[in-house]
Each structure stands twice: as structure tokens, then as C-alpha cells.
Design a protein around this ligand. Structure first.
Ligand SMILES: Cc1cc2nc3c(=O)[nH]c(=O)nc-3n(C[C@H](O)[C@H](O)[C@H](O)COP(=O)(O)OP(=O)(O)OC[C@H]3O[C@@H](n4cnc5c(N)ncnc54)[C@H](O)[C@@H]3O)c2cc1C
Length: 289
């Protein structure tokens, strides 16, 4: 399979990349790791007239801890860099745990977090993790930037809040407060495949050990990353007993809309969601203690 003919430019500054995008609009696509875009071009699902290669743009590939403890991840930071960062593993272990489930090492060596989030595949792990961690997306256009909460960034399958002249320039992940435990679990047919169902859980205990905050977000569970806020709210104020967790995990299945695939029916996906949510919440509760 071969892509349709296209032009290619590799600007070296953010300004030049944004100017190209502003000039060409939807006729141009950024290319980061190419792990989703190149297959789409080969299938001719995507036929951009111009590829704007981000690999030489200075300053987009840095991981930085901000004074408030947030992690700022430049758009072209590769999965592998994040996955192997010891400080990330210590301060934001949900990222490291979930990244191990994304595709294969070869793909994680090329693929970028910015490309993955911009692609907005609802089966993808990282969008769910970003919503669970309450991350913010920094959207940059020539002459200005705006921030969008991860929960408002993903609009539909393969559709985000990015305007045609905008780039996802960075992702800002806030620090986890003391007493927080997290967990990510998924079931895929083979290791490295997209998940049939996956869930990210974030729980915070107060000084007395009771649940002060809870978030559950699923992937492969609907058109976007699917949060289950009502089920999560059932946990707040509880001691996170096995009974509390089982009830919330069961309730979460009423808040998701799995669409089914060749690998799993919606009914099987709902079953997986309940089982995985219970296990992820139990693990997060243990880690929060
Ligand atoms: C065999 C295989 C298995 C895979 N399995 C999984 C899996 O289990 N889980 C999973 O999540 N993913 C999986 N993937 C996809 C992989 O994670 C991709 O790397 C990722 O989705 C895209 O990142 P990229 O850097 O390669 O982006 P690219 O392919 O370069 O770009 C993807 C899209 O984002 C746009 N884009 C890129 N960067 C920006 C930016 N900064 N701002 C705005 N738009 C931008 C591009 O124009 C394009 O539309 C798999 C891929 C393959 C080939």
C-alpha cells in the first residue's frame, strides 16, 4: 500500500511550524512519530497534501517539572522517554503503568504522547489516563495559546478540540496529592494490542483513611475516554471496603457505552469493565493507604 502524493516540510521552530499549519489548514497534517498517521496514509484514509514534520522543532521534546509540582510533557516527547523516567514512575506512577500497555516497544520508541492524544482513538490508553489525572492540554496557534482540560479535549472518535490552525504543544499533568493511589488495568487479546477494555482508577484517602476523592475513566468504552463520575462519587466518604468497591465498579458499567468490535461484544466489554474496575479500585485503594 502506498500513500497518495504529499509534500513534506521539517521546520526547526515552533513559529515556522504554526505558520505552515495556518497557511495550509486541514490540507496539512503534523507528523510526530508517524505510528498512526503513516498507516492511515497508506490505507488512504488520510490524504494530507503537506506533512509538517515536528521532529526538528526545537523545544517540543522536553519533560519538565514545574514549580507547583506539575509535569509538563512537550508534544513530541516519545512514550519510551516517559516510560523510562524514574521520577515520573515515582511521582505519577499511573503514567508509567499504563504506558507499558501501549502497543509494542518498537512503537513506543517512535510514538509520541502528543501524537497519540491528537489522534484521539477511544481505544487508546493515554486519553483515559489524562482524563483520570485531570491533565490540561496546551493548544498553540500562531500568536497565542489556550489550555483545555483533558475531559473537554476529546470530542468524538478521532476528533479533538484542536482547531485547524492549532497544534497540541504540551500536556500538563498536575501532581498527585498525598494519600493518592492509582492503578491501570486492561484486557487485550494479545500483549500490545489495543484493549478490549481498560480502566484508570485514582483514589485519595483523607487522614482518617476514608475516601476523599475518586475517579474512574475507561478506554474502549465509548466514543471518547469514558469517565464514570456518579459511580466514583459513591466511593467518597466510604472506607473503601470490598463491598464499597464492588458496588461502585458495578455502577460504573451503567455510565459507559462500549460499541463492540470483532474481538468483543458490548456485553462482554461491560463484563470486563466491571471486573477490571473492581480490581483497579482495590489496587488503588491499597496504594493510597
Ligand atoms: C501495531 C500498532 C499497535 C498499536 N497499539 C496501540 C495501543 O495498544 N494503544 C495505543 O494507544 N496506541 C496504539 N498504537 C498507536 C500508537 O500509540 C501511535 O504512536 C499514536 O497513536 C500516535 O503517536 P505518533 O507520535 O506516532 O503520532 P502520528 O502518527 O505522527 O500522528 C497521529 C495524529 O496526530 C496528529 N498530530 C501529531 N502530533 C500532533 C501535535 N503535536 N498537534 C496536533 N496534531 C498532532 C497527526 O497529524 C495525526 O493526525 C498502535 C500503533 C500500531 C502501528
Amino acid at each position: 500500500m502506498k500513500p497518495a502524493p504529499f509534500d513534506w516540510q521539517a521546520p526547526e521552530s515552533l513559529e515556522a511550524a504554526l505558520a505552515l499549519k495556518a497557511a495550509h489548514g486541514d490540507g496539512a497534517r503534523f507528523i510526530a512519530g508517524g505510528q498512526s498517521l503513516v498507516p492511515a496514509m497508506n490505507f488512504r484514509v488520510a490524504q494530507p497534501g503537506l506533512l509538517i514534520d515536528l521532529s526538528r522543532v526545537a523545544g517540543l521534546d522536553s519533560l519538565a517539572w514545574l514549580p507547583d509540582g506539575s509535569l509538563r510533557i512537550g508534544a513530541t516527547v516519545r512514550y519510551r522517554t516517559i516510560e523510562r523516567d524514574a521520577e515520573v514512575a515515582c511521582r505519577l506512577p499511573l503514567l508509567t503503568e499504563a504506558l507499558a500497555e501501549v502497543a509494542h516497544p518498537q512503537i513506543r520508541t517512535r510514538g509520541t504522547l502528543g501524537g497519540n492524544l491528537s489522534h484521539a482513538d477511544p481505544a487508546s490508553e493515554m486519553p483515559a489516563v489524562m482524563v483520570a489525572l485531570d491533565a490540561r492540554m496546551v493548544l498553540q496557534r500562531a500568536g497565542g495559546a489556550r489550555e483545555v482540560a483533558a475531559r473537554d479535549f476529546f470530542l468524538a472518535p478521532l476528533t479533538t478540540a484542536l482547531a485547524e490552525d492549532e497544534m497540541l504543544a504540551a500536556i500538563v499533568v498536575p501532581p498527585l496529592p498525598a494519600g493518592t493511589g492509582t492503578a491501570f488495568l486492561e484486557v487485550a487479546r494479545r500483549r500490545g494490542d489495543y484493549a478490549m477494555m481498560g480502566v484508570a482508577a485514582v483514589l485519595r484517602r483523607d487522614g482518617a483513611g476514608r475516601c476523599a476523592e475518586a475517579r474512574m475513566v475507561f478506554c474502549s468504552a465509548g466514543p471518547t475516554p469514558m469517565a464514570a463520575p456518579r459511580a466514583a462519587a459513591m466511593l467518597v466518604g466510604t472506607a473503601l471496603t470490598p463491598g464499597d468497591i464492588a458496588a461502585a465498579a458495578k455502577a460504573a458499567t451503567a455510565e459507559i457505552e462500549p460499541m463492540g468490535s470483532v474481538q468483543a461484544s458490548p456485553a462482554y466489554q461491560l463484563h470486563l469493565a466491571g471486573v477490571l474496575a473492581a480490581r483497579a479500585l482495590a489496587t488503588a485503594a491499597e496504594r493510597a493507604a
